[in-house]
Design a protein around this ligand. Structure first.
Ligand SMILES: [Fe+2]
Ligand SMILES: [Fe+2]
Length: 168
């Protein structure tokens, strides 16, 4: 095997890796939050295709964790994962036009942030993650810290993956 192929294989396996240590770190930080009734209520709303908003948020948290490891961004893991898990806590069916009064794409980050503040004690980093996750659609909300950048990128990746999977 050539050196290039070998390096590529190592990178891929680092990206794909999800071992018991990763699982326990992930569950240690997010365990209680993923079982909270308000967070669980995201299971009743569809995000993309057959993926619920809850599943979408778990995927974004997991991809954020992996991206942080791959890019060596050394994020605050607690803020990263909690922000990712709550980033779409808008709590309505965006496919139903009567469920919300403003354009979903532009305004759901505000609703998610408001709900997250109401139901959870979220810190400044977690607030920033939720507030800026829709950049560049929300053009002026440029992520201001590494945790917000990582979740913003993870959200795009997961959303594209879910949308393509639906059509695949
Ligand atoms: Fe969103
Ligand atoms: Fe999202």
């Amino acid at each position: 095997m050539s050196m290039g192929k070998c390096k590529k294989k190592r990178k891929e396996s680092k990206w794909r890796r999800w071992n018991s240590k990763d699982r326990s770190a992930f569950n240690h930080i997010l365990g209680d939050l993923t079982k909270d009734p308000t967070v669980l209520s995201m299971k009743q709303y569809m995000q993309h295709g057959t993926t619920s908003t809850y599943e979408h948020c778990v995927s974004v948290a997991r991809v954020s964790y992996k991206l942080d490891r791959l890019l060596h961004t050394e994020c605050d893991k607690k803020a990263l994962l909690r922000g990712a898990m709550l980033h779409d806590l808008y709590l309505y069916d965006w496919h139903d036009p009567t469920s919300h009064d403003k354009l979903h794409g532009y305004h759901h980050a505000d609703k998610a942030l408001s709900n997250a503040k109401t139901h959870f004690n979220i810190d400044r980093k977690e607030q920033d993650i939720i507030y800026s996750h829709m950049w560049p659609l929300n053009l002026t909300r440029i992520p201001k810290r590494r945790e917000a950048w990582v979740v913003c990128m993870a959200d795009k990746y997961v959303s594209i993956r879910e949308t393509l999977h639906r059509r695949g």
